[in-house]
Design a protein around this ligand. Structure first.
Ligand code: ZN
Ligand code: ZN
Length: 376
């Protein structure tokens, strides 16, 4: 679409409810990632992002919430796509406020039986319905109650990353036995039934539970009280399903995506924390760390075992030294396979030749036998 809009006309015509409609219409799901309307003065059409356009219109429409500073818009533009969209970004960035998770607090708090943090795997292991205290800090102060930290669960595997992380039917049923939460299409009524659809919950006061009807993702946002550079924000999360829940996460790995957002849902920083919700956090952590160690040892062992073979192999046509790099080694092996393939093809040709001669001999014998029979 290259249709031109007149800014003043748009500003005059758009009302608050129209903005929501426009927001949904401009979603990537509706194929509007390539949309480049030519709005704004002295701006190339190619430089205009439709979401950016919407934010600008919102900023101009809403004098109560002007943009914090010009660089905010830049951060927002780097935050595409939506934190709760079908394909949320998992790219970590500190942003202009230096948004961080306090990993020290995760490591120190791990004495509890209910959850444990693996520094090796950079992952939390936690029991269902037990509280995980995640602390955040910024390198720049944040104004009082103007920012939020949103948390949403996303599958780690690319095959499932666009699927919302939903509760299993059994645990959902415990909170919502009459199936009231999502009775109406595209409408979340989880608030009325113990937040039935939310796997991830936050105990911190003021937490706001949200639902994205397009991606069907549930998320929870917590307002950040004023934070100074040395302050930390503690948020208390818990999980209402296990990673292994059948017809729920079904053993698919998940991660928590934390986004620092303002009131306009513009993203100023993003952090990722993989989490496994299980019955025995310590056991699972030890097992996964052990698996990782064995895998690393196997790989090291494999490369060691390769070395003597490499010396014994007769790579006459390959430029390989005993200190060959992995690339050289792979090239040498590929060359060796090619030679062997040639030899195999030659052998196959010989066999085919023999078979042909065998058939000819058989025909000859048959003919001689027939002539001999005729003589008798
Ligand atoms: Zn819901
Ligand atoms: Zn469950």
């Amino acid at each position: 679409m290259t249709e031109s809009f007149d800014e003043n006309t748009i500003l005059n015509d758009l009302r608050a409810e129209d903005l929501n409609l426009l927001n949904s219409l401009l979603s990537p799901e509706n194929g509007f990632e390539q949309l480049q309307p030519a709005v704004g003065q002295n701006r190339e059409a190619d430089d205009v992002d439709p979401h950016e356009l919407l934010r600008e219109i919102q900023d101009l429409q809403d004098p109560l919430h002007p943009p914090q500073n010009p660089s905010s818009t830049m951060s927002a533009s780097s935050s595409k796509p939506s934190p709760t969209g079908a394909h949320p970004s998992v790219q970590e960035f500190a942003g202009e406020f230096g948004f961080q998770i306090c990993l020290d607090s995760l490591t120190k708090s791990s004495a509890s039986n209910s959850w444990i943090y693996s520094e090796t795997l950079k992952q939390v292991f936690i029991k269902m319905n037990h509280v995980l205290n995640v602390q955040f800090k910024t390198s720049e102060p944040l104004n009082h109650n103007q920012y939020f930290i949103r948390a949403v669960l996303v599958y780690q595997n690319n095959d499932f990353v666009n699927h919302p992380v939903n509760r299993c039917s059994i645990h959902w049923f415990e909170d919502d036995p009459h199936q009231q939460a999502h009775k109406l299409c595209n409408t979340c009524n989880c608030e009325a039934v113990n937040w039935a659809g939310h796997v991830l919950r936050c105990q911190t006061n003021g937490a706001i539970y949200q639902y994205d009807s397009q991606s069907e993702r549930h998320s929870v946002s917590s307002p950040v009280a004023s934070i100074d550079t040395n302050d930390v924000v503690s948020l208390h999360y818990y999980f209402a399903c296990k990673t292994s829940c059948p017809r729920g996460m079904q053993r698919r790995s998940v991660q928590m995506i934390f986004t620092l957002e303002d009131q306009m849902s513009r993203v100023f920083g993003r952090r990722v924390l993989p989490v496994k919700i299980c019955s025995c956090p310590k056991r699972d952590r030890d097992r996964l760390e052990k698996d990782l160690k064995i895998k690393a040892e196997d790989e090291a062992d494999l490369s060691k075992r390769f070395k003597p073979d490499f010396d014994e192999m007769n790579f006459t046509n390959c430029d390989v030294t005993p200190h060959a790099t992995r690339d050289n080694l792979e090239a040498a092996i590929a060359e060796k396979f090619k030679t062997q393939e040639k030899e195999l093809n030659a052998a196959m040709g010989l066999i085919m030749n023999c078979l042909q001669r065998h058939n000819q001999m058989e025909d000859l014998v048959k003919m001689i036998r027939q002539k001999w029979m005729a003589h008798q």
